[in-house]
Each structure stands twice: as C-alpha cells, then as structure tokens.
Ligand binder design. Structure first.
Ligand code: LRH
Ligand code: MN
Length: 427
C-alpha cells in the first residue's frame, strides 16, 4: 500500500494548532540558549536511519512467535513497507538487507522500486550462522574461524557473493557478524579460531570494491555460551586494522555485557577513526533486541553525545557513521515498533545536539563536576519532540507518525492486502 501527500497533509492540519503552540515554546527556549533552531532542524533531517529487512515481520524466540498479520512475504513487499515508513517519518531513506533471506531475484527491478520509494540500500549482511538446505559443509562448528578449511572457504565465498548482490543494488558496505565460538571450556583453541577468522576476513577484504566498507560486528555470547571469536570492540578493532583502511567496527547496542560503558567505547572507536556503524536497539539483560530507548534512554543520549563530540573533532577522519536499527518485534506491530525506535534515536540525537559544548569543556577542565553534570542533564531533560515533528512536517512527513498510522488503519489495510498468515523472512 502507498500513502499520498494529501493523506498526510490532511492529518497534519488536525494537529497543527497544538504543534505550533508546543514548537513556539521550544524554539523560544532554544533561542534563549543561543541555539540555531533551523540549523538543528537540518542536522536532524540529515540523520537517516536504515531499516533492517529482517525486522519487518513479527520476531520470535525459541518459545514462540505471534504473527501480526499483513507481513511482507517478499523483498518487493519489504521495500514497500520501508517506503511506507519513510513516507510517514521522512527518517528512513535506506534499508539493510540480509542474504540469503533477501536475495534479489530481479535486482534492477528492486533498485528501480527503491528509487520510486525514495530509499536506497545500506549495508548488506552476510549469514554464516545458519546452514542452507543442501549446504556441502556445515557452519555448526564455525564459519570463517572453522577448523575445517572447506567450511571457511564456503563462508568466504558466501561473503564475496553478498558483496556482488550489494553491488547490483548500489550498496556500499557489508556487515559481517559471526556466531562463531564455543559453548564449553576446552572446545576451541582461541588463537587458532582468531587467526582463521583474520585470514578469512583478509580473503573477503581482497574482494571488497575500493569504495566499499567492511563493518565487523562483535558480540560477547549467543548462540554460543562460553566464547565468541569476535567477542568485543577490541577484537573487532584488531581485525579491522589488520584488514585495512576500508574495515571498521560495528556497534550493536545489545552486544555488550551488563553495565558496559558503551558511550566510552564509541568515543574510543571514533578517536581511532574506526567506527563504521551502529545496530540500534535496547536491552535489559542480554541481546534482547527491544525498542530503542525503551529501557536505557539516557544511555542512548550519552552515545549520541559522544558521536557528536567525536565527529565534531574527528582528527582520525572517521567516515560518516551508518545508522541502522537491529531489533526484533515479539509483541508489537513491527512498523509501530520501528517508528518508536526512530523517534527515540532522533530524540536522543536532538538532545545531544543542544549540549552546550563550550560550557561543558570549561566545566570539565575546571573539574567542576556538578556543573558538567548539569550541562549534560539540561540537554537530556529538554523535550525536543516538537522539533522532531517540525522536521518531519517540513519534509512532507506526519507530525505524529504513530497517530497517523493508527488514524489510517495501515495494519488493517496490510492484512486486507496480504492476509493474516504471510510470514516475513528473518529472525
Ligand atoms: C546478531 C545480529 C546480527 C544480525 C542478526 C540478525 O545478534 O545482531 O547483526 O545478523 O542479529
Ligand atoms: Mn546486529
């Protein structure tokens, strides 16, 4: 289904008066603080977040899955849903595909469809954490790190194939996440597993087009529960630097042990010029893949604060960061959940944009701890939502995406169009 501008304009008119009142108050507050409201609006619109193609249907766990109905059963339908999200939010101008879940049978048709929808293809993701039907060598005991060179070579070939699909679609980066690891002490030789992985990544890196990036995603555990070959940011950084200038780390917020200071990791990786991208989500315990900002919104703000501070200085020439969501929707309508995540990411970024960095630097240099805290918390405690609504409106989006989605009964229309039992490929 497609939404037209009149539907959005008509809906926005109903909320315009309240929006003007809220925006007027906020703009006055920000101007009093010496903040350029229009420049902030432009910086916010530039923040486009990629949608994961594997999270457009209902997610599940080993205990169960509860389909929402009207799910996109094909890559074509998935692109329609990302187009829909972008039409309503003006914040999702790209999609991140997962191969083989989203192999483009007709890449030029999909590329043309994406252009019509105003979206493009962000990083493509390889998958060496599942064996495909009839696969000659298993990934059960690893892929790029496997003891069996046949499994390693197969995994390298798969990643080179994923790059080929990405090139057909106009993507410029590949994300490599490995489930490789062990579940029992003694099962793996850590050094051999690391060196096999390093060697395999070098082979993939040799096949990387000169204008591409390789994003190496780390994770401490799951699906293995004793060790993971690429377990943390340091290991990912070592491998990226070992590969070459086009290799970077990818930070999935859910891939950290409890209480890890992720914002400090972000600051360190930018300082090193090796922060390639994010998978945004939230979690209470493990890799819960929950809605961004639903559990630790202050952490999300602090991460955005380090991104802005780091990229403002950027002495190491860190490239523009790829912003992507990686979540799983076990309870909520996937499109609603994604719109909530987009709002949380932009809200945290908006609050980080208004941090008084000059005053903060003075307070930090003077060891004026409470003053520094107040400066950070002032920004975090500023309700920037009216500005987010204005950014959308100025670019043809809905003042209130969830309100519009419900007002237009979008899910009901998708169910009428696709049926209740279509299952979207993915997690
Ligand atoms: C692993 C991960 C990775 C994807 C997968 C869908 O936990 O975060 O980014 O390949 O989820
Ligand atoms: Mn991820």
């Amino acid at each position: 289904m497609r939404i037209n501008n009149d539907q959005i304009r008509e809906y926005n008119q109903r909320g315009q008066a309240e929006h003007s009142r809220m925006l007027g108050f906020l703009a006055e507050t920000l101007e009093k603080r010496g903040i350029d409201v229009n420049e902030t609006i432009n910086r916010l619109h530039e923040l486009q977040v990629a949608i994961p193609s594997w999270a457009l249907g209902s997610g599940g766990t080993r205990f169960g899955r509860f389909p929402v109905g009207g799910e996109p059963g094909t890559l074509e339908a998935k692109l329609e849903d990302v187009g829909l999200l972008h039409k309503i939010t003006q914040a999702t101008s790209s999609v991140s595909l997962h191969i083989p879940w989203d192999i483009p049978e007709d890449a030029s048709a999909r590329k043309k469809q994406a252009e019509e929808l105003g979206i493009r293809f962000e990083a493509v993701n390889s998958n060496t954490f599942q064996d495909q039907p009839g696969q000659p060598y298993t990934y059960k005991f690893g892929s790029l790190s496997a003891n069996d060179s046949m499994s390693r070579n197969l995994a390298v070939e798969h990643n080179l194939e994923v790059i080929k699909y990405g090139e057909m679609l106009g993507s410029k980066s590949i994300t490599v996440w490995l489930a490789d690891g062990s579940s029992y002490p003694g099962q793996n030789n850590f050094r051999r597993a690391f060196r096999n992985t390093e060697d395999s990544l070098h082979k993939i890196y040799e096949g990387l087009p000169t204008d591409w990036k390789m994003l190496i995603e780390y994770k401490p555990y799951e699906p293995h529960f004793y060790s993971t070959v690429i377990q943390d940011w340091g290991t990912s950084l070592m491998l990226a630097e070992s590969c070459g200038k086009q290799a970077y780390t990818l930070v999935d917020l859910g891939h950290h042990l409890p209480n890890t200071n992720i914002e400090q990791i972000v600051s360190t990786l930018i300082m090193r010029g090796r922060l390639g991208g994010f998978h945004f989500n939230d979690s209470k315990y493990g890799d819960d893949d929950l809605t961004c900002g639903s559990i630790k919104p202050f952490q999300l703000f602090l991460i955005c604060n380090e991104i802005i501070d780091g990229m403002n200085q950027n002495t190491a020439g860190n490239p523009p960061i790829e912003w992507m969501i990686d979540a799983s929707h076990n309870l909520k309508d996937p499109l609603v959940d994604l719109m909530q995540s987009l709002e949380a990411i932009r809200l945290a970024y908006a609050q980080a944009l208004i941090v008084d960095r000059e005053a903060l630097n003075e307070a930090q240099s003077a060891n004026d701890v409470s003053r520094a805290q107040e400066i950070i918390q002032d920004a975090y405690r500023t309700d920037m939502r009216p500005l987010l609504a204005e950014v959308r409106k100025q670019h043809g989006g809905a003042l209130n995406p969830l309100g519009f989605y419900r007002d237009q009964s979008v899910r009901e229309q998708l169910i009428a169009e696709r049926g209740k039992n279509v299952v979207a490929s993915g997690l």
